[in-house]
Design a protein around this ligand. Sequence first.
Ligand code: RIB
Ligand code: CA
Length: 409
Amino acid sequence: MNRDHKSEQAGEPEKICTGATDSAREQSLCTRREFLAHSTGFAVAGATGGLAAARSLSAHEIRARGNAPDSSVSNAAPGKPRRIIIDTDPGIDDAMAIFLALRSPELKVEAITPVAGNVPLDLTLPNALRLLEIADRTDIPVAAGASHPLVRRLATAGHVHGVNGLAGVEFPEPKTKPVRETAPEIIRRILRENPGEITIVAVGPLTNVALALRADPELANMIPAIAIMGGSLSGGNMTPAAEFNLYVDPEAARIVFDANIPLTMVGLDVTRKCRVSEEHIKQLEAANNPVSQAAGKILRATYERMRHGGEVTDIDLHDALAVASLIDHDVITRKDYYVEVETVGEWTAGQTLGYDGHGPVRKSPQMETSAPEPPPTELPYKPNAQVAVGVDPDRFFRLLIPRLTGSAG
Ligand code: RIB
Ligand code: CA
């Protein structure tokens, strides 16, 4: 979805920490500054083989232990679907991503974990339940995630996704309920029960994934791949620097990027080229199945809102491309980068900076202090992500539309 550079700020009261905790529910009681200080160390420790190795390794020391692992190759046995957990903030394009995943035999959705993002959790959660009911897949568990970022106030994008998160299209209240586990708890359980088997597909702010890593740092060694829709090496959509998912929770993003998990970053560099057309919408509207009809309604409502509002009807299906990249490897082209997430910029927090190895990995000059020996401002280049640098939009829509209309057979 395209969006201008404004967002709603949803205030959240500061909460008092209950001390070191493992459960996400308890975690949300922590003061956010304490949480962050605690978390980065834990997440980094996890990448070195677990708590036994837990010491305050810097993220770059972690990266110095290996190249950007290849996150694009499926870990599924030949002929078997890739098993995934979708972490999401539905969300118009999230809905398309979830529908695509559910309609693709190459993927097996093990759980859906809503997070606050496009709209608050009290909308993304029922929306996730609704989408599964529309697709007749209520066998898939939905576990409620974080209602706010790790340390910041929640910024939402209702002006883009509609006040209900689905372009204002009214779908029936969900009949199904979420499971009792929280999102970080179900992520942790499924990963521990299936080490090396489960790919994380994160298409919203990364709060849930960061909380899971914080609760159980060893998870970093159990995740064969994570595909995120987020970031941008070519400018943001919420600020000139930051893409929405990382704008909302930069601290969570840094924990995930620093966890040394094989990561594919599907950012605005490519998703902005995946613009749905009115012809695509007509194809969805013409197909006689609940998924296609729902997708058509959501996109039609968005298209008409933009058109009547005098906006350019640029509906970018960001999240669906992240899912498509797991179904059709070559729908995007990838390049190794060392990606750093800005977390302290007053105007740039959430920016992703990509170093491609040509030239030093250089930080800003240190503030003048009495410290005798400031830490280095240059770090060795060690890629930590495969960034999508190219896309074939026609190939993407030739995959997406038939899967949703059901004409893919
Ligand atoms: O910047 C695009 C991303 O932000 C997408 O995931 C969209 O759903 C919003 O969450
Ligand atoms: Ca999203």
